[in-house]
Design a protein around this ligand. Sequence first.
Ligand code: AMP
Length: 189
Amino acid sequence: TQASKIVKEFGLIHISTGDMFRAAISNMTELGVLAKSFIDKGELVPDEVTNGIVKERLSQEDIKLKGFLLDGYPRTIEQAIALDNTLSDLGLQLDAVINIDVDPECLLERLSGRIIHKITGETYHKVFNPPLEYNEEDYYQREDDKPETVKRRLDVNIAQGEPILQHYSKINLVKNIDGNQEIDKVFED
Ligand code: AMP
């Protein structure tokens, strides 16, 4: 939600590894089949695969022109190190690492009510961020937003997240945002 708002405000290119994997899954590509086997269990897709698709996207012409927002990447310290190398190879740099902290209970509530528009891929929430017009058949719920999978995803994210924040704190890039607030307040911060 916040990534979409940020790219809109600043005219950036949105690079969401999760969106890229979901697109590959719905197109039934080789990448999609591989990604699905991990995503459905709440596990991370292997680093080589994920690093590869990000590097490929960052190498395209429009990135230098518009700037970019990485959403859901890097998710492991190994990805962060690969990203450092990719950026220096391509002559790019990060301006900030935005860490939006959300309490686990709050996150569970958000993920369980999350719905995605089938055509646009835009994310909404049944209660906190409902679409203007809600036709149930136009939306789907993510398979990995089921409570059992969410729990595994949270455990993975918490375990992998801390070293990444330490890595970027050393070079003063981290901005901590309180994510337990309303959407507009989080965006304002
Ligand atoms: P997301 O939409 O960012 O929540 O991503 C959905 C799922 O895609 C994650 O639970 C992972 O299985 C996979 N995924 C997304 N981004 C990454 C990443 N940077 N590294 C590994 N797996 C990822």
